[in-house]
Design a protein around this ligand. Structure first.
Ligand SMILES: Cc1ncc(C[n+]2csc(CCOP(=O)(O)OP(=O)(O)O)c2C)c(N)n1
Length: 623
């Protein structure tokens, strides 16, 4: 099952995304261990690494564990790597904030990808703060070539200063492709394995406090390294009216908008090269810092008494671009300093996210949307889309695993006016293992009254269907131990009578189980067990079509929310009661339909039938 890659040799020039380039650099640096928890926009880094046969690669259950695995490997002297999206570093930060004291042995690189512009995240945050907070160096590539070169250099820097290095990417750097010159592969030798040294590796207060002065001394040497780094460069120009300081993708946007302006490009951006910044500031009349997203460098420059523009003119959220920069900086820049490049971005037809045709979550939200007097505490995954149309059946979404604690808080805060309110928490299998389990334990321990819907679709659906302990396959697709959620929650203390495993396509059973369990006090867990339609476990069945002459336009099937169902005609009608209603006549897109049968269960006039010409001899069941 393990898929492998024949890496193109050194000297090859090849089109790569930033994520792909980082993966290749990890391999070329002789790293031995690489771990990650998936998260857009960093997910593909580990997917690519897993294709290199001689690196141990794993999907960890969350980012903290992923970093800890990398730490363990580094302590043996091996080079190690972990990747995560921005919010992942919040999860991993407990380990990070002590790792900065112990330091590392084998080079340890942490790639953190900021979802600038909210393509797929619960918040937008600037991970460069972690470098300041944890006293760690940050590299910021501006394209795939730099992602490759900087990743390799990050291992060397990590070993030189015995500190982990943060490689700060953003969605644009992760996903945009450009040509990369592949260099030589290094072999990294591990001298003697883990060397016991409790004063360094056992961070009890008495040991940890002695590490702080070392960390502060390291800060000073890192500052010097940043001043002399080849990644911090001044690109001069004869036009000195406006000079820019920029890093990462922002550098590219400045280059595009103002091709003739001088730029101080910061690739080694933390700690910033203060002397170099001073020098550059003296060479230009007006200094502008262009950074995504927060005014970090800008604040640091102001702190040393240099006048600078930045977020007074530019947005402090979302992606920057030449088309954002030009109008925002127009008040400053004499037109000569600005390129006349006027390419405007094309507008793209909006495509709001939706669940897949036949997604096992559809029936669950169809059912939840019919429940009254219920607070539905949600979580992060494909099922967060239940908050939208047509279901409107998810009331909160905060962070991975938060559905549990939030539900308990709602339960404990009940007053006389809402004592009969039902509380349901909805969480996916991967999110449950990531950070939800502890919340469930808290509900049980503190005697909460919550019905938990654990949506086990055997995949990390939201990030592309990665394997996890819930489906019993490892990152390579090979068999691995598989968790039994029913046993797990029983071990936590849920009454076995209150644990139900339900087929998410059986609407009556789902509805009955939910109704009965939400009437009771205490904790119940309803586990739905049908696979994500994107993974190999899912078996397609004969698709359906609508018999037009039988469709009454009631629109019940539309409420399932399946994207294979299209409303083709709306008509006004008057009911016998005199009430005016709008009828929705539908058709089913046969190529998208997988025959899951959900819409059939909602169709009273039985207008939805198998496409007879496609009927299979044997009905296939999904298990
Ligand atoms: C801290 C953090 N790490 C990673 C992510 C990216 N992410 C969003 S949802 C999700 C897991 C979704 O899987 P699951 O809970 O099984 O639900 P599904 O999408 O399969 O329905 C991940 C990894 C995130 N949003 N936050």
């Amino acid at each position: 099952m393990t898929k492998t890659l024949s890496p193109p040799p050194a000297g090859t020039r090849i089109l790569m995304s930033g994520n792909e380039a980082v993966a290749r650099a990890i391999w070329d640096s002789g790293a031995r261990v690489a771990s990650a928890y998936p998260g857009t926009p960093s997910t593909e880094i580990l997917e690519y690494i897993s294709l290199y046969s001689d690196i141990y690669a794993e999907w960890s259950v969350n980012e903290k564990v992923s970093l800890e695995v990398a730490i363990g490997a580094s302590l043996t002297g091996a080079r190690a790597f972990c990747a995560m999206k921005h919010v992942g570093l919040n999860v991993a930060s407990d380990a990070l904030m002590t790792l900065t004291l112990t330091g590392v042995v084998g080079g340890l690189v942490i790639a953190v990808a900021d979802d600038v512009g909210f393509s797929s995240s619960q918040n937008e945050q600037d991970s460069r703060y972690w470098g300041r907070f944890a006293h760690l160096p940050i590299f910021e590539p501006s394209d795939s070539q730099e992602a490759y070169v900087m990743t390799k250099a990050a291992f060397a820097l990590s070993e030189r200063f015995a500190a982990p290095v943060i490689l700060r990417m953003t969605a644009r750097i992760c996903h945009v492709k450009c040509v990369v010159d592949i260099g030589e592969r290094e072999t990294h030798r591990v001298a003697e394995g883990f060397v016991k040294d409790p004063a360094r590796w056992v961070m009890v207060p008495g040991n940890a406090k002695h590490r702080v002065p070392k960390m502060l001394a390291r800060d000073r040497s890192l500052r010097e390294a940043s001043e002399n780094s080849p990644f911090n460069i001044i690109e001069n120009s004869n036009d000195r009216r406006v000079g820019f300081i920029a890093s990462g993708a922002a550098y590219m946007h400045v280059r595009e908008a103002y091709p003739n302006a001088p730029i101080l490009k910061l690739g080694f951006s933390c700690p910033p090269p203060i002397a170099m910044i001073r020098r550059f500031s003296k060479q230009v009349d007006t200094l502008v810092v262009v950074e995504e997203t927060e005014p970090l460098i800008e604040t640091e420059i102001r702190a040393i008494g240099i006048a600078v523009h930045g977020k007074d003119l530019l947005p402090a959220n979302g992606e920057l671009s030449a088309t954002v920069l030009r109008p925002a900086l127009a008040p400053l820049s004499p037109s000569a300093a600005i390129s006349q490049n006027t390419i405007e971005p094309q507008t793209v037809f909006p495509r709001p996210p939706t669940m897949c045709a036949a997604c096992p979550h559809l029936g669950i939200y169809y059912t939840l949307s019919q429940m009254r007097n219920t607070n539905i505490s949600g979580d992060i995954g494909c099922y967060t889309l239940g908050a939208g149309q047509p279901w409107n059946a998810l009331d909160t979404c905060i962070s991975m695993g938060a559905s549990m604690g939030v539900a308990l808080g709602m339960d404990k805060a009940r007053g006389a006016d809402d004592e009969n309110k039902k509380i349901v928490a909805v969480i996916g299998d991967s999110t449950f293992m990531h950070m939800g389990m502890q919340g469930l334990l808290d509900i049980i321990y503190n005697r909460g009254n919550v019905t938990i819907l654990l949506l086990d679709n055997r995949a990390v659906g939201m990030t592309g269907g990665q394997n996890n302990p819930g489906n019993g396959r490892d990152i390579h697709g090979n068999a691995a131990p598989r968790i039994d959620f029913a046993k797990l929650v029983e071990a936590f203390g849920v009454d076995p009578e209150r644990i139900h495993v339900v087929n998410s396509y059986e609407l009556p059973v789902l509805f009955k189980t939910l109704r009965e369990e939400t009437k009771k006090t205490g904790v119940s867990v309803i586990i739905t067990n049908q696979p994500c339609v994107l993974i190999s476990d899912y078996v397609k069945q004969t698709p359906y079509e609508v018999e037009e002459s039988l469709c009454t336009g009631c629109g019940n099937c539309v409420d399932v929310g399946c994207p294979a169902i299209h409303v083709i005609r709306r008509e006004k009608a008057v009911k016998p009661s005199g009430k005016e209603v709008e009828l929705s006549f539908v058709e089913i897109e046969t190529v998208a339909c997988t025959g899951c049968n959900l819409c059939v269960q909602t169709c009273a006039p039985k207008a939805i039938r198998h496409v007879v010409s496609m009927l299979q001899n044997e009905p296939v069941t999904i298990s």
